[in-house]
Design a protein around this ligand. Structure first.
Ligand code: ADP
Length: 191
């Protein structure tokens, strides 16, 4: 991929769970660090507490990231010499993240965001689709379908090992929940 190094831009890495989004994000950010660029990495907080935590991919690679509660918190960390901003799990941020990525890129920052493009129902997920629309570069990755071994673009939600219903609440107390990658044919969303 040709990328002018002195202009800002937005790169988006999308796909279902297990497609290697975090792996690819970490790879790009580590290369920027090797190039001695000033890199900042963010991920969404589940609560309001600030913390430094690793982004960890399913194959074990990791990188330190700042956990933030709101998209606009990113601006508090940006310095004049920030060159690269990485964002993981971008689908969990509010829509304001789109404008923030645009402003950063306009200022000359290389923004790299990774996230789910579809939720477990197969519907567009949060701000990800809007980010893809305004990005210079977008990579849609696939995982492997756990049912047939074909490329998988969807995330199957399972509750007590059965496909979750369309209307099942996001938090289900007492249930065992899991996710797996599935192709269109084997992705199931009852009712
Ligand atoms: P994502 O951020 O998209 O969830 P990760 O980068 O965390 O993905 O993990 C990708 C890794 O997950 C792969 O390199 C592979 O080792 C592992 N993996 C586990 N299940 C699958 C699957 N069904 N398809 C592809 N990779 C899988």
């Amino acid at each position: 991929m040709y990328r002018p190094s002195h202009h800002g831009s937005i790169e988006v890495i999308v796909g279902p769970m297990y497609s290697g989004k975090s792996e690819e994000l970490i790879r790009r950010l580590k290369r920027a660090q090797i190039a001695k660029q000033k890199v900042l990495v963010f991920k969404p907080a589940i609560d309001d507490r600030y913390s430094i935590e690793d982004i960890v991919s399913h194959n074990g690679s990791k990188l330190k990231a700042v956990r933030i509660a709101h998209a606009k918190d990113i601006l508090e960390y940006i310095e004049k010499d920030t060159q690269v901003v990485g964002i993981d799990e971008v689908q969990f941020f509010d829509m304001e993240i789109v404008q923030i990525c645009k402003d950063l890129a306009d200022r000359g920052v290389r923004v790299i965001a990774a996230g789910l493009d579809m939720d477990f129902r197969g519907e567009p997920f949060g701000p990800t689709p809007a980010l893809v629309a305004i990005a210079e570069f977008a990579d849609k990755l696939s995982a492997i379908c756990m049912t047939c071994g074909e490329p998988a673009h969807r995330t199957q939600r399972l509750i007590n090992e059965k496909p979750a219903n369309y209307s099942d609440p996001i938090i289900l107390v007492g249930a065992t929940e899991s996710y797996e990658a599935r192709c269109r044919l084997h992705h199931e969303v009852p009712n």
